[in-house]
Design a protein around this ligand. Structure first.
Ligand SMILES: NC(=O)c1ccc[n+]([C@@H]2O[C@H](COP(=O)([O-])OP(=O)(O)OC[C@H]3O[C@@H](n4cnc5c(N)ncnc54)[C@H](O)[C@@H]3O)[C@@H](O)[C@H]2O)c1
Length: 318
């Protein structure tokens, strides 16, 4: 068996690569290193075959799938604001890239593709917590691209006979998540700013809430989805089933890092829903998924990881 992790040099992909190696599996990565980094795989580099290539390119996809039995598809252009700034890049990487991958996976005889979906597909549809039976209502080109990915997954299972499962991730965080880019997610961005003694930027009141989910839970969900007999061709919420506001997040990080940051407010960002919380009953029932690391413990582990990195680099490593 050979596992391909697309986007394996990114945050979530690099955790999946490690989990597969721990299981003794053979692992290949396909990544164009647009947001992924070599250092994310540095201590496992000798055990992984890395193909520098692009899911938008059929030849790269073909090469990456040679001999592969299972695929974890993480490669994508992430971030709602990035997709509003440049919808074309999001569309081609996420939608065309996924179509390329599924098309070639079927040809190559791959047994199953597990697709990284997103809670953003719910957008502003009424109903909280989010249940998979709700009508999707995307608010951004990114959310639409993630919905297209999962619907292509469904079509490939029902019509082309390729097994797929989509996991709708709810705000994943943990070590190795990018803290720096213009489009960095809120947790690494805040931890970095607090370690550097900088002010935090909050869009809107800070009362908007999210089901922040530690990376270990997502790795667990992916491994279960690769083996499940039930729910093939379907989508599953992967979160913790709880919800914390941005102000709760600042309170918790202040306690963990012992820093009282200055907070600056900017207007709310377009395309960002006010609240998001997963109903994880379907993933529990069908996959046997059960989150093991909750918000506070996940935050402590993440903050310590960034703090160690910051200290060991003499204050330059973030
Ligand atoms: N982090 C979250 O909270 C979250 C939430 C919902 C969904 N997701 C999804 O999870 C997946 C992984 O996200 P992440 O947070 O690890 O982001 P990330 O940016 O760290 O990882 C994405 C990886 O894909 C690679 N990539 C991008 N475009 C590519 C292309 N055209 N060809 C090949 N490689 C390409 C990047 O270089 C990077 O290594 C994505 O599909 C994302 O949409 C993430």
């Amino acid at each position: 068996m050979l596992y391909l992790v697309t986007g394996g040099a990114g945050f979530i992909g690099s955790h999946l690569v490690r989990a597969l190696l721990v299981q003794g599996q053979d692992v290949r990565v396909l990544d164009n290193f647009s947001t992924g980094k070599e250092e994310n795989l540095s201590e496992v580099a000798e055990k992984v075959e890395v193909i520098r290539g692009d899911v938008r390119n059929l030849e790269d996809v073909d090469r990456a799938l040679d001999g592969v039995s299972h695929v974890f598809h993480q490669a994508a252009v992430g971030s709602v604001p990035r997709s509003i700034a440049d919808p074309f890049d999001t569309q081609t990487a996420n939608v065309n890239g996924t179509l390329n991958l599924l098309w070639k996976a079927r040809e190559a005889g791959v047994r199953r593709v597990v697709i990284a979906g997103s809670s953003s597909v719910y957008g502003d549809t009424p109903g909280m917590p989010r249940v998979e039976t709700l009508l999707p209502s995307p608010l951004s080109p990114y959310a639409l691209s993630k919905l297209s990915q999962e619907l292509f997954g469904r079509i490939f299972t029902k019509t082309f006979g390729l097994e797929t499962v989509t996991l709708r991730y709810f705000n994943i965080f943990g070590p190795r998540q990018d803290p720096q880019s213009e489009y960095a997610a809120v947790i690494p961005r805040f931890v970095r700013a607090m370690l550097k003694g900088e002010a935090l930027t909050v869009y809107g009141t800070g009362e908007q809430s999210r089901d922040f989910t530690f990376i270990d839970n997502v790795v667990q969900a992916n491994l279960l989805a690769m083996g499940t007999m039930r729910g093939v061709g379907e989508a599953f919420n992967i979160g913790c089933g709880s919800s914390f506001s941005i102000l709760d997040l600042i309170d918790n990080l202040s306690g963990i890092l012992n820093v009282r940051p200055e907070v600056k407010h900017l207007p709310p960002r377009a395309g960002d829903p006010m609240a998001s919380q997963a109903d994880i009953s379907k993933a529990r029932d069908f996959l046997g998924y059960s989150p093991k690391v909750y918000f506070r413990e996940g935050l402590e582990r993440t903050a310590r990881w960034f703090e160690d990195r910051y200290r060991s680099s003499g204050g330059t490593g973030l």
